[in-house]
Design a protein around this ligand. Structure first.
Ligand code: SF4
Ligand code: SF4
Length: 335
């Protein structure tokens, strides 16, 4: 039985069962994919990446999540998991470019260096190393869809960080959309992205077309709400109960949690087959799905909140304002 787009969206983002019972999510994807008659070729390129997004996709806790997509698409090229090597592997990319193929989805993982072509090359053609930027530009020309997985590919991410003392981004790292002006790039950020975000976004595209996107071209079904809105510690925040040190109970806002500014459904979806979430485990949200990651205005990640008195005075809830002032006076907050 096939699945309507409305029911698919419910399963991806809204239905509690899909969050707590991983098989509901998988069954939903499988049902939706019954409407696709042919396997779509996918070319998965890796630029400046740690391969963490691929590792997340191949989630050992729930290998079915990867099989849903790898059995439905034809993963023609993937640098780290394909069997082919050398010219045999690069010929897949060459053939797509030279024959002007227009039937594949281009997935890019990792940022694109722009300061020097030799910073990140993928294979050789006619005796010359080919910059990943060139592959992306040439393959994107005719791809059915361009998907940037992970925050590095979506927005530059870690390789584009400016938090070094010299304020540099040494390779001129950029997100895919920045090097492809005029093209629509479907961004599935995260450091790493949850496997459900990658699989769900691809399934939506294959079956129903481009999903509804937010201002950063992220699918609303996964990134449409903030971490804060669904956080396990929201009641603590509302009641002014704040953790002052790592490991304590309470809202993690004063320890630098970025959940209010980060779009992501992890407090409901959770990681590793439902084991826990970033905020639930006590680490706080580091804003890894946002274009500002990891600099977050020069603050970086895992820093205590640098609230000035002026900022504190703007907090409308009196209990929270007093709690923040107390903590600041107690020397917990810097500045
Ligand atoms: S821990 Fe973070 S996301 Fe959760 S309620 Fe506090 S500020 Fe919001
Ligand atoms: S909760 Fe925050 S740190 Fe965790 S995945 Fe979502 S955006 Fe990233």
């Amino acid at each position: 039985m096939s699945l309507s787009r409305k029911d698919f969206l419910k399963l991806m983002g809204g239905a509690a069962a899909a969050m707590t019972v991983p098989t509901a999510f998988l069954d939903g994807c499988k049902q939706a994919l019954q409407q696709v008659s042919a396997r779509t070729p996918v070319i998965w390129l890796q630029g400046q990446s740690c391969s963490g997004c691929s590792v997340s996709l191949l989630n050992a806790v729930d290998p079915d999540i990867a099989s849903v997509i790898t059995q439905t698409i034809s993963l023609n090229y993937h640098q780290t998991i394909m069997g082919g090597t050398g010219h045999k592997a690069i010929d897949v990319l060459r053939e797509a470019v030279e024959n002007a193929r227009d039937d594949f989805v281009l997935v890019v993982e990792g940022s694109i260096p722009t300061l020097a072509p030799e910073y990140c090359t993928v294979g050789m053609v006619h005796g010359h190393h080919v910059p990943v930027k060139q592959w992306v530009e040439e393959l994107a020309e005719r791809a059915k869809a361009i998907v940037a997985v992970g925050t590095c590919a979506a927005f530059g991410g870690i390789p584009a960080a400016k938090v070094r003392a010299d304020n540099s981004n040494p390779t001129g790292a950029k997100g895919v959309s920045e090097i492809l002006p005029g093209k629509t790039v479907l961004n599935v950020p995260g450091c790493p992205p949850h496997p459900a975000w990658m699989v769900g976004s691809l399934v939506h595209f294959l079956v129903y077309g481009l999903p509804e996107l937010d201002e950063y071209n992220r699918p609303k079904m996964f990134f449409g709400q903030t971490v804060h809105e669904n956080c396990e510690r929201l009641n603590d925040y509302r009641r002014g109960r704040f953790a002052r040190h790592w490991g304590e109970d309470g809202c993690l806002y004063l320890l630098g949690c970025l959940g209010m500014d980060s779009g992501c459904d992890i407090p409901r979806r959770k990681w590793n087959g439902g084991a826990n979430s970033c905020t639930g485990s006590g680490s706080g949200c580091i804003g890894c799905t946002e274009p500002t990651f990891p600099d977050t205005g020069n603050r970086g990640i895992y820093q205590h909140l640098n609230a000035s008195l002026e900022e504190i005075n703007k907090i409308e809830n009196e209990d929270i304002r007093l709690a923040v002032l107390n903590l600041r006076n107690g020397g917990i907050i810097n500045g």
